[in-house]
Design a protein around this ligand. Structure first.
Ligand SMILES: O=P(O)(O)OC[C@@H](O)CO
Ligand SMILES: [Mg+2]
Length: 241
């Protein structure tokens, strides 16, 4: 592949894959958006995608601080109070989580072909259990899952902690980051993958500003558009989703 200046960019051969969870495998980002819109409405403020872009992918307390500070409500609502307030609403929404289009097909395909796969999410254990309760089969195909409250994940994305911990835990690990492909939906997640020295395929929400695409190695509208052959991964044998 050559860019406009004629520079040939060669993709690294990928041996291991790490998936983000919220907004990438699971359609859960919409729950956070909904709840945050409701909370802000009480302060006569609106939630927008500039703020969403800063919060998504981060650990709960990190994104809570951003929320109360950026919206200027921190004098009335602390980050901790915000987390407590949104908890009841989130707890009833998470068990209804759906898979994103193409997630099941891609995870099952890579697993069937023997490509080691893992998850690295900013989500903590309790939320992870609620979100995945209807999707145990897909998540059971992961070699391992690194959660946001894992002791090795000192800082959330864009720190590389979660992805580096995930690369270490593969059989025979640590895997060289240049052989790892990360799938992410969030700007902070793409940066975390790049900070870890990995390649990143971004599958962003269409409402996210396009400037956030620049850090990714590839940007797709959907996981259904992923072509494994472009990354030296085994090709799909059919076109079924
Ligand atoms: O890292 P992911 O799986 O996107 O999780 C972050 C999440 O807790 C909300 O944005
Ligand atoms: Mg995500």
């Amino acid at each position: 592949m050559a860019d406009l200046s004629g520079v040939v960019s060669v993709r690294k051969p990928i041996t291991h894959v790490i998936f983000d969870m919220d907004g990438l495998l699971l359609d859960t980002e919409k729950f956070y958006t909904e709840v945050q819109e409701l909370i802000l409405a009480r302060y006569n403020k609106t939630f927008d995608w500039t703020l969403k872009a800063k919060m998504m992918g981060k650990k709960a307390i990190e994104s809570a601080r951003i929320f109360v500070e950026e919206t200027g409500i921190s004098n009335s609502l602390s980050a901790e109070q915000f987390l407590t307030e949104r908890e009841d609403m989130l707890q009833s929404l998470f068990p209804t989580s759906e898979l994103m289009p193409g997630a099941s097909r891609l995870v099952k395909h890579l697993h069937a072909k023997g490509v080691p796969i893992a998850v690295a999410t900013g989500s903590h254990r309790r939320h992870f259990e609620l979100k995945t309760q209807r999707h145990r089969e897909i998540f059971s195909l992961m070699h391992h899952i690194v959660l946001g409250d894992d002791p090795e994940v000192k800082q959330g994305k864009p720190s590389p902690d979660g992805f580096l911990a995930a690369a270490k835990r593969f059989e025979g690990g640590p895997v060289d980051p240049c052989n790892v492909l990360v799938f992410e939906d969030a700007p902070s997640g793409v940066l975390a993958a790049k900070n870890a020295g990995m390649s990143a395929v971004m599958v962003p929400d269409p409402r996210l500003d396009k400037s956030f695409h620049d850090a990714a190695d590839q940007v797709l509208n959907s996981l259904l558009d992923f072509n494994p052959s472009e990354w030296a991964l085994p090709p799909f044998e059919d076109n079924a989703s």
